[in-house]
Design a binder for this molecule. Structure first.
Ligand SMILES: NC(=O)c1ccc[n+]([C@@H]2O[C@H](COP(=O)([O-])OP(=O)(O)OC[C@H]3O[C@@H](n4cnc5c(N)ncnc54)[C@H](O)[C@@H]3O)[C@@H](O)[C@H]2O)c1
Length: 422
């Protein structure tokens, strides 16, 4: 399989200058044609490319040809090239992973268009993305269930690719409200794919999840293992993966990177953006952070009798900025490839619940009270990724440690005890 690809930019020629140079030299060869191309830098903005073509004609006969008088004509072509960044549609951009990925995309030189219906996020997150990066972008407050409104964004903006984060993500809620999950996650994706087809946008990076593997006991989890989701949320992810695979079969120009995230935690190092769960957090680290900041009394650990060193469940936690970088790599890959490929985005290393609690205590200097409760149905003892495919194909690997994840979560939580506020 091919490996990593560079980030493409669109190049537009804004002006061309042509000139003729003439100079006299002494040379010891009879005829020479030189073609040289200089590329002056590869910065955004105006780039000047100079091509210098030198035609040399030597005059001389017999012995005189050894050292002779030479005429040299040069044709210089200068092109001012406007380097225009690829425009990427980011759906669910104001959400936790979306907002961090927007930062990485902008810093990597992509331009973005953001869509969100703010069902589980606040516009403030996007204001802070602009603050962190010093870059602006257009924001569309659109519910992707509204096919017409979504299509109007495609008609207005000229995107090269889509990163599709938008979706509902709470496993327990999906069990209680399956229809809402199937409708929101599937219909919004179908609307998206229809608009992509209509507007000839054929590259997508999709937020899938390790949830598609179900409660498999075999670890590490590899992309070629059979998938077996055990709840409606996981089913929507598996179904969307299948939809994208089917489109890739039908359309040989279509490319999809199906990113199976493990357990994203942490926040941007500035402490300005982070995870802002509505109500009681569903995930361990935001819950621990809220206990540390005094918003919740104590943590319930779901199961202390698993077959693991300390009896608590083991998961693969990944820093959200590592995950964001994974999207930049996946986007660069998908822009240069066709077909649909799944990639695990995890560290390949598992941490137990109690290891996370202790790392968070270290990072925050705050003791986290907890008690061990019963196991949750459907939870596996261990779940962690084999991330080697993403390493080999995308050239991506996670670099941040559990301590980094806890330190950055704590910074965000301390600076923003009420998240983005009202
Ligand atoms: N956070 C995780 O632990 C995790 C793990 C695996 C996969 N994922 C997936 O990654 C994606 C992003 O997750 P996140 O943690 O950032 O979630 P999030 O809830 O913070 O972000 C999702 C965003 O999508 C928006 N949205 C939902 N339905 C929409 C619709 N119909 N139209 C427009 N916007 C809509 C929400 O308002 C929210 O801003 C989701 O698809 C999620 O399922 C998340």
């Amino acid at each position: 399989m091919e490996t990593q690809s560079s980030i493409p930019f669109l190049l537009r020629i804004s002006s061309i200058h042509v000139g003729i140079l003439r100079s006299d030299f002494l040379y010891d060869h009879s005829m020479r044609i030189t073609f040289m191309g200089y590329i002056n830098g590869r910065m955004r903005g105006n780039v000047r490319i100079i091509f210098l073509c030198v035609v040399s004609v030597n005059f001389g006969v017999g012995r005189a040809a050894m050292v002779m008088f030479r005429r040299e004509f040069g044709i210089v072509v200068m092109m001012d090239i406007l380097e225009v960044a690829c425009l990427i549609l980011v759906t669910g951009a104001a959400g936790y992973i979306g907002s961090h990925t927007c930062v990485s995309l902008l810093e990597a030189g992509f331009d973005i268009v953001a869509i969100d219906n703010f069902a589980n996020s606040k516009p403030e997150a996007l204001s802070r993305v602009q603050e962190i990066t010093g870059k602006t972008f257009s924001i569309h407050s659109v519910d992707m269930l509204d096919a017409k409104a979504l299509d109007a964004v495609f008609a207005e903006e000229n995107m090269e690719a889509v990163i599709h984060f938008a979706g509902l993500k709470a496993v327990g809620e999906s069990v209680a409200q399956p229809l809402r999950y199937y409708e929101n996650n599937l219909v919004s994706t179908i609307n998206l794919c229809k608009s992509m087809k209509k507007h000839h946008v054929n590259k997508i990076v999709f937020s899938s999840s390790a949830t598609v593997y179900g409660a498999q006991e075999q670890v590490p989890l590899r992309e070629d293992m059979p998938i077996a989701p055990v709840n409606p949320y996981g089913q929507t992810k598996a179904m969307i993966e299948q939809i994208l695979r089917d489109i890739a079969v039908a359309d040989d120009q279509f490319g999809a990177a199906l990113l199976r995230y493990f357990n994203p935690v942490g926040a941007h190092g500035s402490g300005r953006i982070g995870e802002d769960p509505q109500g009681i957090p569903n995930n361990l680290v935001p819950y621990v952070a809220q206990v540390a900041v005094g918003k919740r009394a104590e943590l319930t650990v779901h199961g202390g009798d698993y077959d693991t060193p300390d009896g608590t469940g083991i998961r693969d936690y990944i820093h959200v900025m590592d995950l964001a970088e994974g999207h930049v790599k996946a986007l660069s890959w998908v822009l240069n490839h066709t077909g649909a490929e799944a990639f695990n985005l995890g560290t390949g290393k598992g941490s137990s619940v109690l290891e996370v609690v202790h790392a968070f205590e270290q990072a925050s200097g705050v003791r986290i009270p907890y008690h061990i409760g019963p196991r949750r149905p459907g939870d596996a003892a261990r779940s962690f990724a084999d991330p080697s495919k993403a390493q080999q194909v995308l050239g991506w690997r996670a670099t941040k440690t559990l301590d980094d994840m806890c330190a950055d979560t704590w910074k965000w939580q301390k600076q923003n005890p009420n998240g983005y506020g009202e």
